[in-house]
Design a protein around this ligand. Structure first.
Ligand code: GLC
Ligand code: MG
Length: 421
């Protein structure tokens, strides 16, 4: 929450399954496009919030399966758990607040009387969330009777139906919308209200997000009927909400452009940076761009005669490989030259996460970021620091001076020599 000194330029609050993550996109291209854009242009002054129905357990599983960035804030279990930062520090005040008029035992007693309700797995039952599966045709009736019964027993609950299968029972004050309203209030008290907030979703439990005052909203093209219906009944005339024509993360990028919330061209959509007319002089963009080039180099998506690596590296620079071995940068360039196309036709991908830039001299920047690579079942990551210098003679303006990498816990390959940088 305190990563930024001032107000966030943009705060994105996005659902994960079928919003940020497209489970039908095997190559995760939509997500990788979003990631490159976020790290190049937004990470420095904006906030990324994931708001998911998943419990922390299966949220962490998704993070291992998909190239997800690290959010600043994670809201899990349909707005009943809020956690901050990479170390995911719980907001205990929020959980205290949800205890009001909530009694989990009564909820389980009452729901047990409904044979139409099939309990979800143990991981998805949380202190302030009791979850079931129920068939679509039975859902409306069950919801009506169940809420009457719970009300009679003195509970203030909220019943949410999502994905045409899942029914969540939560305290009245919980839910994705309430959790967001709570966060916004906290920002306001700190004098750090985000300049713009964009909420993104696809299903029933996201509907509340679109009801939070003064936010922009995007329902991705693949949004579920229940969300579209909620919108038709409650927010049809709100010009700040769109139904994107693009799926999932691509729909989020589309909304950023539609509402003019900032840059909306992913570096991944720029085929040739040398021909790119837009003047981008930004150290974070430089990092994203280099690794994109490197991925394309190994996938043979750029021609072998491109000389970029020689140009951007300082000839006398050093590189500390994550194994601890120090090498001259020139050696790495030679190796890289030989690796052109070695991953051609494969699923080899690279992305960077949590890129930060600190100016340490009049023309020097210290960059810090997590660099990830996936190839088949393998996934490896390094904490990377790079010293960037600026030089007028170099076309894109930056020279990579020194670089240092260390393995992220448990992510080193068996054979460390397979990792270049
Ligand atoms: C996620 C959760 C599940 C919940 C559903 C809808 O799939 O794992 O427990 O019911 O979202 O909110
Ligand atoms: Mg979803």
């Amino acid at each position: 929450m305190d990563r930024l000194d001032g107000s966030a330029h943009l705060m994105i609050v996005s659902d994960l399954d079928f919003t940020m993550v497209d489970h039908l996109d095997q190559d995760n291209l939509g997500l990788l496009r979003f990631n490159a854009m976020w790290e190049a242009y937004y990470r420095q002054d904006s906030l990324l919030v994931f708001s998911t129905g998943r419990s922390p357990t299966i949220y962490k599983e998704l993070r291992k399966e998909k190239p997800l960035l690290t959010p600043d804030i994670s809201i899990m279990s349909v707005g009943t758990e809020i956690m901050y930062g990479e170390s995911m520090i719980r907001d205990e005040d929020w959980e205290q607040y949800l205890n009001q008029n909530w009694n989990r035992e009564i909820v389980t007693e009452e729901t047990a009387l409904f044979p139409e309700l099939t309990p979800q797995s143990e991981t998805e039952q949380r202190p302030h969330k009791v979850s079931f599966f129920v068939e679509k045709i039975k859902a409306l009736k069950v919801i009506r009777f169940l809420s009457e019964r719970l009300e009679k027993r003195g509970l203030d609950v909220k019943l949410i139906y999502s994905n045409e299968t899942a029914l969540d029972v939560l305290p009245k004050g919980a839910g994705k919308g309430q959790a967001l309203a709570y966060l916004l209030e906290k920002f306001k008290v700190d004098g750090k209200m985000p300049v713009n907030t964009l909420v993104c979703g696809d299903s029933g439990n996201d509907a509340e997000l679109f009801g939070v005052p003064e936010v922009y909203g995007v329902m991705v093209s693949n949004a579920q009927e229940e969300l579209l219906q909620w919108h038709a009944e409650n927010a049809k005339n709100n010009p700040n909400i769109i139904h994107a024509t693009e799926r999932c993360a691509a729909g989020i990028i589309q909304a950023i452009g539609n509402f003019s919330l900032g840059p909306n061209v992913s570096p991944r959509d720029i085929g040739d940076f040398q021909k790119c007319k837009v003047e981008i002089y930004n150290s974070c963009h430089e990092v994203v761009k280099f690794y994109l080039f490197y991925e394309r180099w190994r996938r043979a998506e750029v021609a072998k005669n491109m000389q970029t690596p020689n140009l951007i590296f300082f000839p006398l620079g050093t590189f500390v490989h994550p194994s601890g071995v120090e090498q001259p940068v020139s050696h790495c360039i030679d190796v890289m030259a030989r690796l052109h196309g070695d991953k051609q036709g494969t699923d080899y991908r690279i992305w960077v996460d949590r890129v930060s830039s600190e100016q340490v001299g009049s023309d020097t920047w210290r960059m810090k970021f997590y660099k990830w690579e996936t190839f088949g079942e393998e996934r490896h990551g390094c904490l990377t620091t790079v010293l960037l210098g600026s030089k007028a003679k170099v076309p894109d303006g930056f020279t990579w001076m020194h670089m240092h990498q260390t393995w992220l816990e448990g992510s080193e390959p068996k054979d460390q020599t397979t990792w270049l940088f």
